[in-house]
Structure formats: structure tokens, C-alpha cells
Design a protein around this ligand. Structure first.
Ligand code: ADP
Length: 526
């Protein structure tokens, strides 16, 4: 494909081109529709006008200009035109009338003018064609039949061309003579008058041509306007795209400026900025996570290295070697524990750890766990009690639910001094199951509460020395993930020095999450 062709394709596929094309198309359709409507009303107005002119001429004719009466000279009825020849208006009216007209008796015979003795018809009418006697007789019959007092007389309208093909509108009807030849009786006479339609056709033609001439100009002008308008509307889009291009992984703190216009584009920019915000926070978390991981791994590795160096350079007896090996092994244990936990957590969060859900009796699970934890509880000098209903079923993954309760229980025992107490309580309702693990331990200060579900987070003061007793700071992250994966919520209440209460709400078996109305801070994974 040549470069020019590619550029042309690009231009015709562009939004600006398409907007302009749609605008021009719409405008063209509108222009044509307006023209059609306007032309139709013009045709109707011109038609009405011609009918009115003929009606007025007819009224003038019947009103006194024409009288059919006996003519002594001719010995029969003849037409007389009565008007003041010195009055230019009257003369003009009668001359206009006599341009296209014919008058016959009821049998279709042309009658004569009393003065000129000429048959009463105009040459133009002759060109259109004098009405045949059969038609006249039929029309006179119809007009007489339709005559009723109080109703308008019957009128006949025709459009007929002359010898050159020019159309005329003809109005025909009957008039009565003055009745002198046949006293007491008024004979009907047939009169037809016409008006040329060529003037109307000319007006219409001129209108059509003017319109046809105007359309391309209007279209070009509107396309130009559309092109400029589309360009102006799209300029901010290009600006947004350029601003977005400047944002990369290393400068995610950049934001696209909004134009404060409150329009769709601002909404788009706002949405885009929110997306970058989320990306930035994910990036931040990833960075934090890798920093945390390397820190967590470095501590036991340094310890192992130290112990092995000490053993290598200073140990003399087998006992000293054994001790160094033992310590190194302990640290290796801790390392593999961290790696295992991290692997599990990352699998969980990336969706690779599929839940094996089944219907399970949570009370039974909790009872078993409380029993298992009795030995470590006794060792820690803590009283562990359970308050469980007989049956409460949830749809869950047994292994993960057990892990969730175990984590909470081991934390409670770990952070409760001897003489303290730990409770496991379960409440079940048709909608949800509530698990509470409460202790009388050292509690967590309010400022640390929002972070306890973060990975590697340990409340400061809980010891940073790498001793095996110390947790990895991953347990609650796992709990939060398990709760979330079961469409539940977790809340924590704690009073420093008095104790901590974790409350987990899970939908009961057969209840969808959307039917649960839960309050409190939702569980979030770091
Ligand atoms: P760890 O493995 O260190 O226990 P967790 O993620 O389970 O990590 O817990 C994070 C931190 O939250 C703990 O280091 C501890 O400071 C605090 N914590 C958790 N449970 C309790 C509790 N029951 N009482 C007091 N502090 C707690």
C-alpha cells in the first residue's frame, strides 16, 4: 500500500471525517426533505390561487358582465357583455375573462355575440379544443340534476393542454338566460373559462432550479462548518491522548488535566485519572511487596550466613558445630515457611488457588479446631472456650475455612498473656453465619488497625527480632482473602490492653452475596 493511500485511508477512517460526513449527509437529507415539503406546499398554493382566480372570474361573469338574452337582429338568444368601456378596470376584467372562454347552448352549439355576431369562444380555447356537444349535454344534465336551492351550482374542472402542450385549467358550468324567448322558463347555457397553468409551472421550475443550485453550495458550506466544529470538538481528545502518552510506569503520578467544562470529555479524563490512580497504587503495592519480600528473605539469609561463618571460623567442638547447624536449620525453616506462605498467597490472589466449595457444617469445623487448639492454649495458660449452635451450614472450602479459623485462633493465643481467655462464638441466621474470635489479649491500637490485613504487616512493638516464634505478618492477609473469596466480610474491634474481637460474616448456604447487608470495614488484601 502506498503512503498516500495509507494517509487517505487514515483520514477517511478518522472520527473527524466521519463526524463531518454524517453531518453533511444529515444536512443533505434535511435540505431535500425541506425542498420536497416546500415544493408540495408551493404547488398547492399555486393551484389554490388559480382556482380562486377562475372562481372570481366566474362570479364576475355571472354577477352581470354576461347576459344571454334574445337578440332581435339574430332572432334568437345571443350573448351580451355589459361593462363600462370607459372604465379601465371593468374593461380589463372582461378582456381577461374573454381570453380563454366559450359559451354554448345546452346542446353544445356555440352561441353568438349579439354585437359582433361572432360565435362566442376565444382562439386560445379553440386551440385547447371546443368541448364536444356530447360532453356539454351530459354536463348540463348533471348540473341541472344537482341544482337544489341553497347549494352551490355544479362546477366542472379540467386540466387540458393546448396544441403546443401548454396546460390550462378550465372551469365550466351552466348559466341561465334572461328568459325572454321562452317566457316563464330560463334555458341553461354552458360556459367554460380557463386560465393558463404555464405561469405556475415556470414558478415551480425556477424554484426547483434555484434550490438545485443552492444545495451543493449549502452542502460544501455545511461540510466545512462540520469539519471545523468536529475539529474543535476533537482537539481536547487529541490533547488528552498526548497527555496520556506522557504517562508511563515511571511517572504514574502524572494526571491528565481536566478542562473544568463538566462535559463527557471531562468525565472520560476523570475516569482515566482514576484508573491511573489505581494503577499507581497497584504499582506502589507491588514495589512495597518486593521490598518487603526481599527484606523478609534477607533477614534469615543474613542470619544463616552469620551462623555458618561463625561455625567455619570459630567453632572447635562438635557441639559448637551442631549448635550452629541447628540455628541455621531453624532459619532455613523460617525461610521456606515464608516462601511457602508467599507462594500460596500469590496463587490465591492471582486466582490460581481455586476454592473447592461444598456444603459444610461450620459448627463442626469450629468445634474440631477448638479441640485441637486446647493443647497449645493450656501451654500458653489461656482458657479457650467455644459457644456453638448444633448446626450451621455454609457453602465453603473446608481447607481454607479451617485455615481462616486457625489463623485467628493462633493469633488470639499468641497475643493473649497467661490467665487470659479466648472465645469462639458462632451465630447462625437464615441469611448469614457469624463467626467471632475474641480474646482478652494485648489488643491493637486504633492507628494500626487499618494495616493489619496488609502483607508482612506486624504491629510495631510486637518484636522485630527474627525469632521463630514471631509471625510472618501474612496470616491476616490470608484470612482476608479467604473471607473475600467466600463473599463475606470481616470486621475487627480492639481495645489496647483489653482484647481484640474479629467478626466474620459469611452468607449462609444457598444465600447469594447480594442479599447480604453487611456493615463495617470490608476486608481488603494488600
Ligand atoms: P502474624 O503472623 O505476625 O501474626 P498476622 O497477619 O496474622 O501476622 O497479624 C498481623 C499483626 O496483627 C500481628 O503481627 C499482630 O501485631 C496483630 N494481631 C493479629 N491478631 C491479633 C490479636 N488477636 N491480638 C493482638 N494483635 C493481633
Amino acid at each position: 500500500m502506498t503512503r498516500a493511500l495509507r494517509l487517505r485511508l487514515k483520514a477517511t477512517r478518522g472520527l473527524r471525517f466521519r463526524l463531518t460526513a454524517s453531518y453533511a449527509l444529515f444536512f443533505a437529507v434535511l435540505l431535500i426533505a425541506v425542498a420536497a415539503v416546500f415544493r408540495a406546499s408551493l404547488v398547492s398554493a399555486l393551484d389554490t390561487h388559480v382556482h380562486e382566480v377562475l372562481n372570481q372570474e366566474w362570479a364576475a361573469l355571472k354577477g352581470g358582465y354576461l347576459r344571454i338574452e334574445p337578440s332581435g337582429e339574430l332572432g334568437k338568444n345571443a350573448s351580451n357583455w355589459y361593462y363600462d368601456e370607459t372604465d379601465p378596470d371593468e374593461t380589463a376584467i372582461v378582456l381577461d375573462l374573454k381570453k380563454i372562454y366559450m359559451i354554448t347552448d345546452q346542446n353544445g352549439n356555440l352561441i353568438q355575440d349579439a354585437k359582433t355576431k361572432e360565435p362566442e369562444y376565444s382562439t386560445t380555447y379553440d386551440e385547447i379544443g371546443i368541448d364536444p356537444p356530447t360532453l356539454i349535454r351530459e354536463r348540463v344534465r348533471q348540473a341541472l340534476a344537482a341544482m337544489k336551492p341553497g347549494t352551490p351550482g355544479k362546477t366542472f374542472w379540467d386540466v387540458r393542454p393546448d396544441s403546443k402542450g401548454e396546460p390550462y385549467l378550465i372551469r365550466a358550468g351552466i348559466v341561465f338566460d334572461e328568459g325572454h324567448l321562452s317566457p316563464g322558463e330560463h334555458l341553461p347555457y354552458y360556459v367554460a373559462i380557463g386560465f393558463p397553468l404555464s405561469g405556475n409551472a415556470k414558478i415551480l421550475r425556477r424554484f426547483t432550479w434555484i434550490y438545485i443550485a443552492v444545495i451543493p453550495g449549502a452542502l460544501i458550506l455545511s461540510s466545512l462548518l462540520g469539519w471545523i466544529m468536529a475539529g474543535r470538538a476533537l482537539t481536547p481528545v487529541v490533547a488528552v491522548a498526548q497527555a496520556a502518552q506522557r504517562i508511563s510506569g515511571s511517572n504514574l503520578s502524572l494526571r491528565i488535566p481536566t478542562r473544568q467544562a463538566g462535559d463527557e470529555l471531562d468525565y472520560l479524563v476523570h475516569t482515566f485519572n482514576r484508573m491511573i490512580e489505581r494503577l499507581e497504587s497497584s504499582f506502589q503495592q507491588m514495589k512495597q511487596f518486593s521490598a518487603d519480600v526481599s527484606h523478609e528473605l534477607r533477614t534469615p539469609i543474613t542470619a544463616i550466613r552469620g551462623q555458618l561463618e561463625v561455625a567455619l571460623f570459630t567453632a572447635k567442638t562438635t557441639e559448637q558445630y551442631r549448635e550452629a547447624m541447628f540455628n541455621a536449620l531453624q532459619d532455613i525453616d523460617r525461610l521456606s515457611q515464608i516462601v511457602r506462605a508467599l507462594l500460596l498467597l500469590s496463587q490465591a490472589e492471582s486466582g490460581q488457588l481455586a476454592l473447592q466449595k461444598s456444603r459444610l457444617n461450620l459448627c463442626e469445623v469450629a468445634r474440631d479446631l477448638v479441640e485441637q487448639f486446647q493443647i497449645p492454649a493450656e501451654a500458653a495458660g489461656v482458657r479457650l472456650t467455644a459457644d456453638l449452635p448444633a448446626e450451621c451450614s455454609v457453602n465453603g472450602d473446608r481447607v481454607q475455612i479451617e485455615r481462616m479459623i486457625s489463623n485467628l485462633l493462633s493469633n488470639a493465643l499468641k497475643f493473649t498473656p497467661p490467665g487470659g481467655q479466648v472465645w469462639v462464638r458462632l451465630k447462625s441466621s437464615p441469611e448469614r453465619v457469624e463467626i467471632v474470635v475474641e480474646d482478652t489479649g494485648r489488643g491493637i491500637a486504633t492507628e494500626y488497625l487499618p494495616h493489619i490485613f496488609d502483607r508482612f504487616y506486624r504491629v510495631p512493638g510486637s518484636g522485630t527480632a527474627p525469632d521463630p516464634e514471631q509471625g510472618l505478618g501474612l496470616g491476616l492477609s490470608f484470612v482476608a482473602w479467604i473471607v473475600k473469596a467466600h463473599r463475606g466480610k470481616i470486621e475487627v474491634d480492639s481495645t489496647p490492653g483489653a482484647g481484640t474481637r474479629f467478626t466474620i460474616k459469611l452468607p449462609a448456604d444457598g444465600v447469594g452475596s447480594d442479599t447480604m447487608e453487611l456493615t463495617g470495614q470490608p476486608a481488603t488484601l494488600a
